[in-house]
Design a protein around this ligand. Structure first.
Ligand code: NI
Length: 214
């Protein structure tokens, strides 16, 4: 056997018995796809009809699940920047309490792109990579619909915090789970029907999916 060939065989043997390849390190791009569930912790001002009519009702926003994608770019072995994107969430809006209790007010779609700075405390060699992140959520509402008139919801900018974990099964594939909270506050109105009111959506968001590391 040539010396080069012997060295190659030895190198291959060493690689075969080496522990799992380094999980996350500087320059890595990590993509996660899965199901994202948005569960609003909703509350609002009272719905007031134009002209001063009190209703005694708040509005409620229901939950929704969509396909989500989260990506992280690692600056170092411990710090990355994360981005969340998803197919549009769709929520029904209804009355809660008072004269409008249970009344269907309308629906809206929204997209909540979120950018966070993420800290991964484990060593690069660890297959298990928990992280915490903090950043900014921008939520834009669109395709608002109501049988009662022209429903509008203003865009929201607010704090987002997250906690998650990736578990790498091999160098490229893994599983992930994450939960985060976003401060999503909007002003809503049905033009000519209701006064503007503040609505706090402030959802907990959950995701489980697959991880692919480039
Ligand atoms: Ni809030």
């Amino acid at each position: 056997m040539s010396r080069t060939f012997k060295l190659s065989v030895m190198a291959a043997a060493v690689m075969a018995v080496a522990p799992a390849a380094q999980a996350f390190e500087a320059g890595d791009f990590i993509l996660r796809a899965g199901v994202v569930h948005v569960a609003p912790d909703d509350s609002s001002d009272e719905v007031l009809l134009v002209g001063g009519g009190a209703t005694g009702s708040e509005v409620a926003v229901d939950s929704n699940s969509q396909l989500g994608i989260r990506a992280t770019y690692m600056f170092t072995g411990n710090l990355g920047v994360g981005v969340l994107a998803a197919t549009p969430f769709k929520h029904n809006i209804s009355g809660k309490g008072g004269a409008l209790d249970g009344v269907d007010i309308g629906e809206t779609k929204h997209l909540p792109p979120t950018v966070t700075l993420q800290y991964f405390p484990m060593q690069s060699s660890s297959a298990l990579q928990p992280f915490v992140g903090v950043g900014i959520n921008y939520t834009t509402f669109f395709e608002e619909k109501s049988d009662l008139g022209e429903l509008t919801l203003d865009d929201s900018v607010g704090l987002a915090v997250e906690f998650g974990v990736d578990y790498m099964l091999n160098e490229h594939f893994g599983l992930n789970a994450a939960v985060w909270w976003a401060d999503i506050d909007t002003e809503a109105e049905i033009k000519g029907v209701t006064e503007k009111l503040n609505v706090e959506i402030d959802p907990m968001v959950y995701m489980v999916g697959f991880t692919y590391k480039f």
